[in-house]
Write a protein that binds this ligand. Structure first.
Ligand code: MN
Length: 353
């Protein structure tokens, strides 16, 4: 089959335009997005661009442990009967998200399957690799002038650590809006999704309403205070998890703790710098009832997606081992966690089923 997916930035707007033309104009398009800075910024760009083009939209941000390919979310989407689906920063997985509904996947993670009839706008494998928000910004240009949304694309790039990647869009945004303001805005927008409640609503509201990072930080919006509270909650959780000593066996370092906050990626990232010759696993048994969530990072160059595939327990689902070769993780039921961690040489790290 002809692979018409965009191969460089200039291909993105035409591909997006062609996909939108297949949407049912009589019904709202549903925009789904990941709850981090890159995902939320991508959603805000798409919604603002579609609003201006007088195309009706609804937004659904995924919460803790949710993904569009799960039966629960699929049932919810089916109920909404959207005229089309825009799915941002949530991966490219096997099968149609909602069979029969025109779908665009805007993403940059390693694809884990063929997503049926969806239009795929993925920056995965490009050099440099655009994040979802930058791809969304290029998509928005298919609908008209979008220059005022550039700061949102920059938030996504900074949020996903693509600051040094060399995108001219980022340099331009930094010159226009200030490096510090952009970074501070990312830090605030990223905070709510890491809290126990994981409610991204105030962050998204600001991204939809503000006209610059300074407006977001200092515009007197009530949501800004909520983001500061979220940041304080996460900082406190991080503070106690930081004191947990890693257990090292062979090439693997395990840091295990229990917190309702999504701090396992931060802990893994932190130890990655200190244990440079290890695969670092940060496991959180308190994030979601009935699951062990973990983040994997390494400075060794090991392909972690392959590493996890080699150690995949039988019951692992779509939430296991996707993401990026150097930044991945997963969520496992206790039985699967127990098999997984024993297989890695930590039989004493089992959790009660
Ligand atoms: Mn992203």
């Amino acid at each position: 089959m002809l692979d018409a997916r965009p191969q460089d930035p200039a291909d993105v707007a035409p591909a997006f335009r062609a996909a939108l033309d297949r949407f049912d104009p009589a019904r709202s398009a549903l925009i789904l997005g990941h709850f981090d800075a890159d995902g939320l910024s991508a959603v805000a760009i798409l919604k603002r661009a579609l609003d201006r083009a007088d195309r009706p939209t609804e937004v659904r941000i995924t919460g803790k442990g949710e993904n569009p390919w799960s039966p629960a979310l699929r049932a919810e989407m089916k109920e909404r009967r959207p005229g089309g689906l825009l799915v941002a920063d949530l991966g490219v997985r096997e099968g149609d998200v909602l069979p029969g509904t025109p779908t665009v996947l805007i993403d940059h993670h390693v694809p884990t399957g063929a997503p049926g009839a969806a239009t795929v706008i993925s920056g995965h494998g490009w050099t440099p690799e655009p994040t979802s928000a930058l791809l969304a910004y290029w998509c928005a240009q298919a609908l008209g002038e979008a220059g005022d949304l550039l700061w949102l694309a920059a938030l996504g790039l900074i949020g996903d650590m693509a600051e040094g990647a060399g995108f001219p869009e980022l340099s331009e945004a930094q010159a226009r809006y200030g490096k510090t303001a952009l970074r501070d805005a990312v830090s605030l927008v990223n905070a709510p999704r890491r809290t126990a409640q994981a409610d991204p609503t105030p962050a998204l509201a600001l991204l939809l309403r503000c006209d610059s990072p300074k407006d977001l930080l200092k515009g007197g919006h009530p949501e800004t205070a909520l983001l500061h509270e979220a940041k304080a909650e996460v900082a406190a959780a991080l503070d106690s998890a930081k004191r947990v000593a890693p257990k090292v066996r062979g090439d693997i370092a395990l840091i295990r703790f229990a917190s309702p906050c999504q701090i396992h990626p931060l802990i893994a990232q932190q130890w990655r710098g200190r244990l440079k010759d290890k695969v670092v696993l940060a496991a959180n048994t308190g994030y979601r009832e009935g699951w062990v969530h973990f983040a994997a990072r390494t400075a060794t160059g090991t392909d972690l997606i392959r590493f996890l595939a080699n150690h995949r327990p039988s019951g692992a689902g779509a939430e296991y081992g996707s993401g990026h070769a150097q930044a991945t993780g997963g969520a496992l039921r206790p039985t699967d966690w127990n098999a997984f961690i024993a297989g890695l040489g930590f039989p004493d790290e089992q959790v009660p089923p």
